[in-house]
Design a binder for this molecule. Structure first.
Ligand SMILES: [Ca+2]
Ligand SMILES: [Ca+2]
Ligand SMILES: [Ca+2]
Length: 182
């Protein structure tokens, strides 16, 4: 980049009209498609560890309409907005600005999204999504936690037609439910 323009996506994305600059920077091999690897390299989870590849895959597949294993520049606009929205949410709930979401912050976030979960279940969530074994979750793992929770809840709701929080499913229904998510 001329004039030493900073390509850091987190900062760029906050400015309107710079999406094209970001896209060119992220599309390292100039294929006009942004792959998992290219997106992963462009993203930061706020620590020195690589951005969760499972989260990257989830996000790409949400916006990749033709199943091409990446997103074109048009779809990338959606990807970038999605990630920026999550960044804002993460910052809002990371009350102590630690760069991590601890159990209480996660509780406030998910309660804010409308989930009603027990204290014990928050321990389960942290254990499951805390890839760095810090007892709290980084940005990428926070997104992953929310995506998985949302998908599982959607599947559950489809069966819980009377919305009482209970479902009765057969073995094969149960398998289909799980296959919808994994
Ligand atoms: Ca590419
Ligand atoms: Ca925090
Ligand atoms: Ca029910």
């Amino acid at each position: 980049m001329a004039s030493g323009e900073d390509l850091k996506p987190t900062r760029e994305s906050e400015r309107e009209g710079n999406r094209e600059v970001i896209q060119r920077g992220v599309d390292k091999d100039r294929s006009a498609v942004i792959s998992d690897t290219e997106l992963q390299q462009a993203l930061s989870n706020g620590t020195w560890t690589p951005f969760n590849p499972v989260t990257v895959r989830s996000i790409i597949s949400m916006f990749d309409r033709e199943n091409k294993g990446g997103v074109n520049f048009n779809e990338f606009a959606g990807v970038w907005k999605y990630i920026t929205d999550w960044q804002n949410i993460f910052r809002t709930y990371d009350r102590d600005n630690s760069g991590f979401i601890d159990k209480n912050e996660l509780k406030q976030a998910l309660t804010g999204f409308g989930y009603r979960l027990s204290d014990q279940f928050y321990n389960t969530l942290i254990e499951k999504f805390d890839r760095q074994r810090k007892g709290q979750v980084a940005f990428d793992d926070f997104i992953q936690c929310c995506i998985v929770l949302q998908r599982l809840t959607d599947v559950f709701r489809r069966y819980d037609t009377d919305q009482d929080g209970w479902i009765q499913v057969s073995y094969e229904q149960y398998l289909s439910m799980v296959f919808n998510v994994v």
